[in-house]
Design a binder for this molecule. Structure first.
Ligand code: SF4
Ligand code: SF4
Length: 104
């Protein structure tokens, strides 16, 4: 009989934590593709714009920031967390300006 391996979150002291502005997410899935930890997935429900939005499993997040960099609408913020410290926002500061300069 085959056994099924269940993937458990890796044990790390320093982790990532993602916050997504779900009402501005358009469900394009670019961030999902960029996340190598499989920490993101589409919701079953929709936001006020009628899109399924991205939700994060922060137990799997490493804080690599790939999702925030690739999101065309800059709706993702990434924090670095440590059990004994306050979460630190590590989203690149100028990301919204950079995106606007590319799009406009
Ligand atoms: S910061 Fe990295 S690991 Fe965390 S959700 Fe975004 S892409 Fe995935
Ligand atoms: S890349 Fe941005 S807009 Fe697209 S699904 Fe992810 S969070 Fe939503």
């Amino acid at each position: 009989m085959d056994t099924i391996k269940i993937k458990t979150p890796k044990e790390r002291k320093v982790k990532g934590k993602v916050e997504i502005n779900i009402q501005k997410c358009k469900g394009c899935e670019l961030c999902l593709t960029a996340c190598k930890e499989n920490a993101l997935k589409l919701s079953d429900s929709i936001n006020i714009k009628g899109y399924r939005y991205m939700i994060a499993n922060n137990d799997l997040c490493t804080g690599c920031v790939n999702c925030a960099i690739i999101c065309p609408d800059a709706v993702i913020s990434v924090f670095r967390t440590h059990p004994k410290k306050k979460p630190v926002d590590i989203t690149p500061e100028n990301i919204k300006d950079t995106i606007k300069s590319i799009v406009i």
